[in-house]
Design a protein around this ligand. Structure first.
Ligand SMILES: CC(=O)N[C@H]1[C@@H](OP(=O)(O)OP(=O)(O)OC[C@H]2O[C@@H](n3ccc(=O)[nH]c3=O)[C@H](O)[C@@H]2O)O[C@H](CO)[C@@H](O)[C@@H]1O
Ligand SMILES: C=C(OP(=O)(O)O)C(=O)O
Length: 417
């Protein structure tokens, strides 16, 4: 298993290009199942989760052709198998996103239940209830969801918890349903909007994406399209925190400020100077960061996927910050590892009280999930001496060329194979 070896103490400076968004790309790859024509996606990030998805889609029978400009052409003219097996689903929960599209287009699907993961139990009951409301017959047997429907019917669906992939799965399924579907209490995340725009380019009739009520008028078929995947707002936020934590100066290219306002606000509160343009964001930090209080919640509030990174910032900040996690019940796995680096953190329930310390010390730490791993890289950037981060396969799920990008900003980081 690969590890990262890092020497802390360098102020980051320079420019980095932000990749396409993992969490927009994953549903869009599955959207390719909704049409027999070619869907071309540009700005596809090179990530483990993307190759896992492409393997799964290839297994189902989709033709996949990557080009050398960072794009992919997908064609699901005929599918060989209407199933997503456990072996392919277990490493990536987003595999559940094949359920809605396969069922809507082929009237039948068999998808392994994804199971729990490090950050929480993450059930998919709302995906299932929504499809049942659209007329699907669903039963669960031997760990698999078996779904059938001759043609899905439009329905009014209220989701009692805001779910991002749940909204995406149901929105995709509804594009080919008979009649209108209304998704209430829908997720407003920018990735939902990007997916809706991709589906609209394929001929879907969708209104309201980005608000909490989405209307989808079903059509008989979708056609081919070309769509450019939005920038990754979590990768963007992670590099901004890296600049802030090291009191550095970075400019991020190929990204947008309007998708991470809540994160930019917290960085300003911590003392950062931020400038933005149409497709770039720059950050300068001249002083030790000030601790911030934050609470995660669905978009447009502060994202759970940035919680661990801000915990790292608070570890070396001036003052005391509270970090409250409201989305996932077990998303503080990084706390113990940060304590190994010398952080002063006390957890009570879903709140962590972080007292900023003057210095962190390098140590061997273990990555437990994707964003926890990123937060350990951030902490290691400022820890004195060497840190070794083990099990970084988590990081490769969601950060393209992480060591190259950090090295480009001056960080002392290398991968040990
Ligand atoms: C691939 C992708 O886009 N992943 C993102 C997506 O995950 P994902 O879509 O899996 O997360 P959800 O938005 O569904 O989860 C939000 C909350 O709803 C609960 N829930 C969800 C579905 C369901 O059927 N029943 C239920 O109870 C979950 O356990 C969780 O407590 O949104 C999360 C919340 O912003 C992010 O952290 C993930 O990075
Ligand atoms: C939790 C995440 O991803 P996933 O939903 O794919 O596990 C994430 O991107 O931080």
């Amino acid at each position: 298993m690969d590890k990262l070896a890092m020497q802390g103490g360098v102020r980051l400076s320079g420019e980095v290009r932000i990749s396409g968004a993992k969490n927009a790309a994953l549903p869009m790859l599955c959207a390719g199942l909704l049409s027999a024509d070619i869907l071309r996606l540009e700005n596809l990030p090179k990530l483990k989760d993307i190759s896992t998805s492409l393997t799964l889609l290839g297994h189902i029978g989709m033709q996949v052709s990557l080009d050398d400009q960072g794009g992919v052409a997908l064609q699901a003219a005929h599918l060989d198998r209407l199933e997503a097996p456990y072996e392919l689903v277990k490493t990536m929960r987003a595999s559940i996103l094949v359920l809605g599209p396969i069922l809507a287009r082929y009237g039948e699907a068999r998808v392994s239940l994804p199971g729990g993961c490090a950050i929480g139990s993450r059930p998919v009951d709302l995906h299932i209830k929504g499809l049942q409301a659209m007329g699907a017959e669903i039963h669960i047997e031997h760990g698999y969801i078996h779904a059938k429907a001759s043609r899905l019917k439009g329905a009014r669906i209220f989701m009692d918890t805001v779910t991002v992939t749940g909204t995406e799965n149901l929105m995709m399924a509804a594009t080919l349903a008979d009649g209108m579907t209304v998704l209430e209490n829908a997720a407003r995340e920018p990735e939902v909007v990007d997916l809706a725009n991709c589906l609209i380019a394929m001929g879907a009739r969708i209104e309201g994406a980005g608000s909490d009520v989405i209307f989808i008028h079903g059509v008989d078929r979708l056609h081919g399209a070309t769509h450019k995947i939005m920038p990754d707002r979590i990768e963007t936020g992670t590099y901004l925190v890296a600049a802030a934590i090291t009191q550095g100066q970075v400019r991020l290219l190929n990204t947008r400020a309007d998708i991470i306002e809540s994160v930019l606000d917290k960085l300003r509160e911590a003392g950062a100077h931020i400038d933005v343009g149409n497709d770039w964001i720059s950050l300068e930090m001249h002083t030790r960061p000030k601790a911030v209080n934050l609470k995660t919640a669905p978009y447009p509030a502060f994202p759970t996927d940035m919680q661990a990174q801000f915990m790292a910032l608070n570890c070396i900040a001036e003052g005391v910050g509270t970090v409250t996690e409201t989305i996932f019940e077990n998303r503080f796995m990084h706390v113990q590892e940060m304590q190994r680096l010398g952080a002063d953190i006390a957890v009570e329930g879903n709140t962590a009280l972080v007292r900023g310390v003057d210095r962190l010390e390098g140590a061997v730490v273990m990555a437990t999930d994707l964003r926890a791993s990123a937060s350990l890289v951030l902490a290691a950037l400022v820890a004195e001496g060497e840190s070794i981060i083990e099990r970084i396969y988590h990081i490769d799920r969601g950060y393209e060329c992480i060591e190259e990008k950090f090295a480009q900003l001056g960080a002392r980081i290398r991968r040990i194979k």
